[in-house]
Design a protein around this ligand. Structure first.
Ligand code: SF4
Length: 380
C-alpha cells in the first residue's frame, strides 16, 4: 500500500488545514525528489502493492509528464503485479477532456477522487474553491466519458448559510451522475485556517449542531434511496466499490508514504516526513529524507485501533485486538451494548447507527487505561 503526497494547490481553500503550498516554482524539483525517495525507500515495501493513492494537495495540478515520471518510477521500484486500485485525487477544473485522455494513456490510474465539495456557486465561493457548480458536473461526466468507471466525489455539508434544501439539492445532483463512491464531510473549523479567522472576526457563523445533524440524516436518506452503502461515518459506495486504499488504513495495514508531510506505518512504528518543501527536497537530495518517528506502545496501538475502527460500520474486529486487551474491552463495552450504541457479534463490536454518530466519544470510553468520558458527536 503506497501513498504519495502532492502538496501543491492552485489556491488555499478557507477550511483547509492540510500541508499544501500555492506555488509552481518548485514542482519539478519536488517530483524529482519524490521519485528519488521512492528509490531510496522501496525496500520498506517488499510485498506487491495492492493499492496506490496520489493525494494532496492537488495531484491533478501536476502535468501529465510529471505524473508519467512518477508512475514510471513506481513501476520500476515496486511490484505492481497485484495492483487492484490506483487513485488520483483531482480538482474539477483540472479535468479537461485532454488531461483525462492523457491520464487514461498512462495506463495506471483506475480510480479518480474528485473534490467537488458542492454544486452551489455560493458554497464554492465561501470555500474559496476555484471551480464552479457547472464544472463540478462537467468534470464527473468528462471523466466517465474518458473511460474512468470508478469515480469518487467529495462533498462538504454543514456549511455556514447552507440550508437543508441546498444540501438536499447537492445530493439530488449526485443521483444523475455516474459515480461509485461518495465521501461527505461535515465542515469543521480547523485552527490556523482562513475559516477560523473569518469565524473569529464574526464574518462567518458556523452551522449549529442541529443543522449539521439534519444534513447528516438527509445524507443517510439519500444514500439508502440511491443504493449507496455507508461503510464509514463519512464514506458511502455502490456495492463493491469502497475505497480499498482508505479501508486498509482503518484496519492498520502497514503502508509507505512518500513526499513532504507523508506518513508511513510499518505495524508498530509511525514515521512522518518533514512538512516543508525545501527541507524535504534538500534532504532527499542528500539521500536521507528528513523525518521523525515514534514507536507505538501496545496500549497506544490498541487505542488507535479503537479510534479508527469505531468510525466504520464494521466496527472493531476482535481478531485485531491483542489478547491482553480483549477482556477489558468486553467489560467496558457492556454498558454501551446495553445502551444500544454498540452491538456485540461473535467477531466484532459494531457501532449501531446511533453509536456511529458518537464514535469518538465511544472510542474514548473503550480505551485502555482511560476513564469514561461523555460521548460526543463524531460527524466530520
Ligand atoms: S484543494 Fe484540497 S488540499 Fe488544496 S487547499 Fe483546497 S482543500 Fe486544501
Amino acid at each position: 500500500m503506497l501513498y504519495l503526497h502532492i502538496p501543491f494547490c492552485h489556491r488555499k481553500c478557507t477550511y483547509c488545514a492540510f500541508f499544501s503550498a500555492v506555488t509552481s516554482g518548485s514542482r519539478q524539483d519536488y517530483v524529482d525528489a519524490l521519485c528519488r525517495e521512492a528509490e531510496l525507500r522501496c525496500a520498506e515495501q517488499p510485498h506487491p502493492l495492492r493499492t496506490v493513492y496520489f493525494g494532496g494537495g492537488t495531484p491533478s495540478i501536476l502535468s501529465l509528464g510529471q505524473l508519467r515520471q512518477i508512475v514510471v518510477t513506481i513501476a520500476r521500484c515496486f511490484d505492481l503485479s497485484q495492483l487492484q486500485e490506483a487513485t488520483l485525487e483531482a480538482n474539477p477544473e483540472d479535468l479537461t477532456p485532454e488531461y483525462l485522455r492523457g491520464l487514461r494513456n498512462l495506463h495506471f490510474f483506475n480510480r479518480l477522487s474528485i473534490g467537488l465539495q458542492s454544486f452551489s456557486d455560493d458554497d464554492l465561493r465561501l470555500l474559496n474553491r476555484r471551480h464552479s457548480a457547472a464544472q463540478s458536473r462537467q468534470a464527473v461526466l468528462a471523466a466517465a466519458d474518458a473511460g474512468f468507471h470508478n469515480l469518487s466525489v467529495d462533498l462538504i455539508y454543514g456549511l455556514p448559510d447552507q440550508s437543508l434544501d441546498r444540501w438536499q439539492h447537492n445530493l439530488a445532483q449526485l443521483s444523475s451522475l455516474p459515480i461509485t463512491h461518495l465521501s461527505a464531510y461535515a465542515l469543521t473549523v480547523e485552527p490556523g485556517t482562513m475559516l477560523q479567522r473569518q469565524v473569529d472576526q464574526h464574518r462567518v457563523v458556523p452551522a449549529d449542531e442541529d443543522t449539521v445533524l439534519s444534513h447528516y440524516h438527509a445524507l443517510l436518506r439519500w444514500a439508502a434511496q440511491a443504493g449507496f452503502e455507508q461503510y464509514e461515518i463519512s464514506n458511502f459506495c455502490r456495492p463493491g466499490f469502497p475505497s480499498r486504499h482508505n479501508s486498509r488504513y482503518w484496519d492498520r495495514t502497514p503502508y509507505l508514504g512518500l513526499g513532504a508531510a507523508a506518513h508511513s506505518f510499518d505495524g508498530s512504528c509511525r514515521r512522518w516526513n518533514v512538512a516543508h518543501l525545501q527541507r524535504y527536497i534538500l534532504s532527499v537530495a542528500h539521500g536521507n529524507p528528513d523525518h521523525q518517528s515514534e514507536t507505538l506502545s501496545p496500549t497506544d496501538a490498541f487505542n488507535e485501533l479503537l479510534i479508527t475502527s469505531l468510525r466504520t460500520v464494521q466496527g472493531i474486529s476482535k481478531v485485531l485486538v491483542p489478547d491482553p486487551f480483549l477482556q477489558g474491552l468486553t467489560r467496558r463495552a457492556a454498558p454501551l451494548v446495553a445502551a444500544g450504541l454498540l452491538q456485540e457479534t461473535p467477531t466484532h463490536f459494531r457501532p449501531t447507527p446511533a453509536g456511529l454518530l458518537q464514535a469518538d466519544g465511544i472510542a474514548v470510553q473503550l480505551m485502555a487505561d482511560s476513564q469514561p468520558h461523555p460521548a460526543s458527536s463524531s460527524i466530520e
